[in-house]
Write a protein that binds this ligand. Structure first.
Ligand SMILES: Nc1nc2c(c(=O)[nH]1)N[C@H]1C(S)=C(S)[C@@H](COP(=O)(O)O)O[C@H]1N2
Ligand SMILES: [Mo]
Length: 198
């Protein structure tokens, strides 16, 4: 994987991840107590749910190895994530036919969104482990979304709520002119209006 980074990306060492200052972070590391942690999944679904930590950990888990690409140009290769597939959760809540998008909101107030088909790709995970360790709070623990092949601003840390919607809600970075689709293999970084302005 190291030999095939997308255009405009350079590899950095895994250890540096903890030192990067993310301008996107609204409030650094919202401490989420596992006893109080909940994940709500609702919107245009047949069976809205609110999971506690023990509910969530009873769901079957899967592994995914993927490179991680920030839109600012750094990549970390070979991240070994373990988590619950979003398709698994969608199977429980049953999105209605009119659900076309998925919005993610986080314990730090951050938001992002995906098209339904993008969100329901098999490799999209709600990760609770990275490289065999419980996911560090600084990297989005206890649970974050991981969306391989999209710039990392789509991979919401400290996930709190997932809402299936009929229309697209723009997230924190998307409102500032970053791409809604964010496909790393197409160098798809900015919204059209932002490309015209800069
Ligand atoms: N809740 C939340 N999720 C977020 C962000 C954020 O500020 N808040 N920043 C995004 C951006 S821009 C990046 S690069 C990655 C950083 O993830 P990492 O700390 O695991 O490298 O998280 C993404 N998810
Ligand atoms: Mo980023």
């Amino acid at each position: 994987m190291t030999s095939s980074l997308p255009n405009g990306q350079r590899e950095i060492a895994r250890i540096l991840r903890w030192n990067i200052d993310h301008p996107g972070i609204i409030e650094k590391n919202p401490a989420v107590d596992l006893a109080k942690w909940t994940l709500e999944i609702d919107g245009e679904v047949e069976n809205p749910i609110k999971l506690t930590w023990s509910d969530f950990r009873r769901l079957s888990a899967s592994d995914c190895v993927a490179d991680f690409h920030c839109v600012e140009g750094w990549s970390i290769t070979g991240c070994k994530w373990r988590g619950v597939k979003l398709t698994e959760l969608a199977g429980i809540v049953q999105p209605k036919a009119k659900a076309k998008y998925v919005s993610f909101s986080c314990y730090d107030g951050y938001t992002t969104s995906l098209g339904l088909a993008e969100a329901l790709q098999e490799h999209v995970l709600l990760a609770f482990e990275l490289n065999g360790q419980p996911l560090d709070e600084a990297l989005g623990g206890p649970v974050r979304v991981v969306v391989p092949d999209k710039y990392a601003y789509k991979s919401a840390m400290w996930i709190k709520r997932i809402v299936f919607t009929e229309t697209r809600e723009l997230g924190y970075w998307e409102k500032k002119g970053y791409s809604q689709t964010a496909d790393v293999w197409k160098n798809d970084r900015f919204a059209q209006w932002r490309k015209r302005r800069f």
